[in-house]
Design a protein around this ligand. Structure first.
Ligand code: GDP
Ligand code: MG
Length: 597
């Protein structure tokens, strides 16, 4: 296809504003998929994605469209992940296309993710076509939302297309706008190959599938290519496009989006943002801005049943093959035995991996508290990255610590503003900005990531009854007075419960954790002290009193089956517990103890 007849675009939207429904409608209207093959949310393929209604991997589809001017166009849509954990991937996908549809729910207006995503599109120099969706609903208010888009984002929304992705109104106009308002891609066919690696994933039949955008040159089946980030060479055995099923083609030229396979075994060997070129006389300079995605949240994953350790290793190995941004290493915990310390892009990423291990591999897990990566500066001048509070060196050898900070943007109706400010303040936030976007307040806070990874989002949802939207980006590291707080149960330190906290918050957090643990740990035949300590100093303490009767006592020795049932129940409950010294701690304690109310 010649460049003038290609349009590459993505759709940016806040979650639930209708991105997937609109994509489905565009695919359907152009006859890309026969009506009988049409199922909802075509682009959200993975089970977890469908269930949660989120996109985790970038998906793409090539659409043939005959415009009203009679010309044939090829439209390539890249559907980007909609979650902040995958912001790096979004920014890569954005660089693979020239324009965006900005979808805003006309009953709701601009939200935090609308902003985060549209700024990524603006950064990537996109032409942006605003689309007001859900006009079939009575609460739709297009004029107000168009005005808000102009006020808050600063782009012209006078020509915004009014759409109902549900009924199909405005879909034709959207296709015409893509053709007429978005620019054609640029590129040189005769130059050396320069293809951007947009995404990659594992396919059981074809091995690793690499999604690419051709910037210059031609990618052909049978050629040898070089991945510029690590110099590896690969023989291209297939080239194709998604419609949305895979269809093989002989070559892809400048401006086109498609995939290659090259007998690559591990997704790990491909890096999002990398440049692919010819093995000889290739491009001299790689595409700008490549950086591998870094895990920012770490936690321990341990099998509830220690006999399942090898199964867990197997599951983690397999998942890692297909997810280059997930890192892991073996970890031994005095409390939990053998397991893995795993690194994730964020909490959602963590949950997705944990769900898959439990569901697809049927292994019950104990997940320890998520922790961010601290920078530890030692008195001897060396610097370490701390991924696990249990590895915190002796305080006397530490000069200072730095923690990662974020810039968080929250949009919230005025009536909840006070609660949001209080929440951010409680989490050691520093207010950077407060303004209004229509009826909604927009607050920007500088916050420690540590205070956000755990339950910030849940708390925000609950104090605002779900009316707030939230997005963040990492800003850098800053020094603060941080300490490791240990928890001792029956005088034994439980390493999996250690956390890093700000010194000023240690007492409050310590007290809260001890109280929670007191509720969560069942009573034993003896008294159990539960303590929080910094170094050797105890800062909070609770005592769990001893059990007076045994569980079967109330059966008066009469009913033997009932007695056995009770004992069985106790045994089943025990399986989910871990013994520490003489004390059984239930699995949920490891997460619940850290929740702050
Ligand atoms: P996404 O999270 O942006 O991908 O949003 P979805 O496409 O999954 O849509 C979220 C919800 O809004 C779903 O229940 C859709 O059926 C619904 N929806 C999407 N577009 C429209 C529309 O134009 N009108 C109405 N009434 N509902 C819509
Ligand atoms: Mg969706």
């Amino acid at each position: 296809t010649d460049l003038a007849h290609i349009r590459n675009f993505s759709i940016v939207a806040h979650i639930d504003h209708g991105k997937s429904t609109l994509a489905d409608r565009l695919i359907q209207e152009t006859g890309t998929v026969q009506d009988r093959d049409m199922k909802e949310q075509l682009l959200d393929s993975m089970d977890i994605e469908r269930e949660r209604g989120i996109t985790i991997k970038a998906n793409t589809v090539r659409i043939d469209y005959t415009a009203d001017n009679g010309e044939q166009y090829v439209l390539n849509l890249i559907d980007t992940p909609g979650h902040v954990d995958f912001a790096y991937e979004v920014s890569r996908s954005m660089r693979a296309v020239e324009g965006s549809l900005l979808v805003v729910d006309s009953t709701q207006g601009v939200e935090a993710q609308t902003l985060a995503n549209v700024y990524q599109a603006i950064d990537a120099d996109h032409e942006i076509v605003p689309v007001l969706n859900k006009i079939d609903l009575p609460a739709s208010d297009c004029d107000r939302v168009a005005e808000q888009i102009e006020d808050v984002i600063g782009i012209d929304a006078s020509g915004a297309i009014r759409v109902s992705a549900k009924t199909g109104v405005g879909i034709h106009e959207t296709l015409e706008a893509i053709v007429h308002h978005l620019p054609a891609p640029k590129g040189e066919r005769d130059a050396p190959l320069k293809a951007m690696l947009v995404d990659s994933w594992y396919d059981a039949y074809l091995g690793v599938i690499v999604l690419v955008r051709i910037m210059d040159g031609v990618l052909k089946k049978g050629m040898r290519v070089k991945f510029m980030s690590n110099g590896t060479l690969h023989h291209v055995d297939r080239v194709g496009v998604f419609r949305p099923g895979m269809q093989m083609v002989d070559s892809l030229g400048p401006g086109e989006i498609g995939f290659l396979t090259a007998s690559i075994k591990q997704v790990r060997d491909t890096r999002v943002g990398d440049t692919i070129t010819n093995d000889r006389n290739g491009a001299e300079k790689a595409l700008p801005g490549f950086k591998p995605a870094q895990p920012v949240v770490f936690c321990g994953l341990f099998p509830v049943d220690s006999a399942e350790f090898e199964d867990l290793r197997d599951a983690i190995d397999k998942l890692a093959l297909n997810d280059a941004s997930f890192s892991f290493e073996m970890e031994t915990s005095a409390a939990l035995g053998f397991g893995f310390r795993c690194g994730f892009l964020g909490l959602l990423h963590l949950e997705v991996i944990r769900d898959r291990i439990e569901r697809e591999y049927d292994i019950e897990l104990i997940t320890t508290a998520p922790s961010v990566v601290y920078h530890v500066y030692m008195k001897d001048g060396t610097k370490h990255e701390l991924h696990n509070p249990a590895d915190m060196p002796d305080l006397s050898k530490v000069d200072h610590l730095e923690e990662p900070r974020i810039k968080a943007t929250i949009l919230v109706p005025d009536e909840y503003l006070g609660d949001v400010l209080k929440l951010c303040q409680d989490r050691r936030g520093i207010q950077l900005d407060l303004s209004y976007a229509g009826q909604r307040a927009m607050v920007v806070y500088d916050l420690p990531l540590n205070e956000v990874v755990f339950d910030f989002y849940d708390r925000l949802k609950s104090v605002t009854k779900g009316y707030a939207s939230f997005d963040y980006q990492m800003t850098g590291y800053r020094q603060d007075y941080l300490v490791k707080m240990s928890i001792l149960v029956n005088d034994e330190p439980v390493d999996a419960l250690s956390v890093m906290v700000h010194r000023d918050r240690a007492e409050t957090r310590g007290r809260a954790m001890c109280e929670k643990l007191k509720e969560l740990i069942p009573r034993h035949m003896f008294k159990i002290p539960i303590q929080a300590a910094i170094g050797g100093k105890v800062i909070a303490r609770e005592t769990l009193s001893a059990l007076r009767k045994d569980v079967t006592a109330k059966c008066y020795g009469g009913d033997a089956t009932r007695k056995r049932k009770l004992l069985d129940k106790q045994k089943a409950g025990k399986k989910k517990m871990r013994q520490f010294g003489k004390v059984d701690i239930p699995q949920e304690a490891f997460i619940s103890a850290l929740k702050m109310d």
